[in-house]
Design a binder for this molecule. Sequence first.
Ligand code: TRP
Ligand code: SF4
Length: 329
Amino acid sequence: MNRVLSGMRPTGPLHLGHWLGALENWATLQKSHECFFMVADLHALMGEYENPSAIEKNSIEMVMDWLACGVDPEKSAIFIQSQIPEHAELGLILGMMTPLGWLERNPTYKEQLREIEGRDLTTFGFLGYPVLQAADILLYKANKVPVGEDQLAHLELTREIVRRFKHLYKKDVFPEPESLLTKEARILGIDRRKMSKSYGNAINLSDTEEVVRKKVQSMITDPARIKVSDPGHPEDCNVFSYYKIFSDEATVSAVHDWCAGAKKGCTDCKKNFADILAEKLRPIRERREKFAKDPGSIRTILKKGNARAAEVAKNTMREVKEILHLYSV
Ligand code: TRP
Ligand code: SF4
């Protein structure tokens, strides 16, 4: 059977990029796979150890974002990494057999380094980050791991660790996980750079409709189009790229027509788009609000997810300890 594990670090509100790049895919995968979705709070501590105060709140908010996007606790185990001590335990054990060179050679998590700018990352935890991630995956013997491109190097390291384990102990306990690369739904931020919390250019899943509308209205359009009577170049316009992601073909071609034919101004065009986006986000927001009003429901979901995760994790650790001749009385 195909088992899926994925996770995200609870470092702040999720945005449209997370939805299109990951959560939509998670919601689909859970229909055909046994899924484990993990709040990687220990991984968050890697960057936030100097100021961890937001981790707990971010964890809850992130789970609400997941649920709002259709991750279904009846189908998938949603759990908190730090609540399952086996992650730390297996991480430590895998660390014993992971050559330093593999970690030092690992492409330096450009993404994280940028996010973590201004913090001291000359830590053991930062170097060992991918080993803990390998433990996350292997504890559940997941064979499919949906990740973005930035995580491929980490996944490759997990596969190397699996091969090393197999070679050292002649035991085939861990499948080599494969990545499920999420389709490049590359949505740009409202300033045309990559959508990212650290750039302050994201439309968040938790934004109110009013905030979403404001953000859309502030988007940069075709820079060559100054007056309404100037024909626009939709392909140079970020708003148009959003239309292509969020609306149907007929709408896209209508927008192209009024833009290139100078029939409608950018303010109207953005207003029209804001309506479309608000409509798309409405069910997500409504589900999110329902959970936000009922924090008890999140606790119940996580308790159940933790219990399910613990069950699998404990079995794997028992096997690993036996293979490694760790004495158990
Ligand atoms: N490293 C991932 C990130 O930064 C989060 C993560 C932790 C993860 N453990 C994982 C992803 C295991 C997939 C599988 O987003
Ligand atoms: Fe962009 Fe619409 Fe303005 Fe054309 S009319 S430049 S698509 S916002």
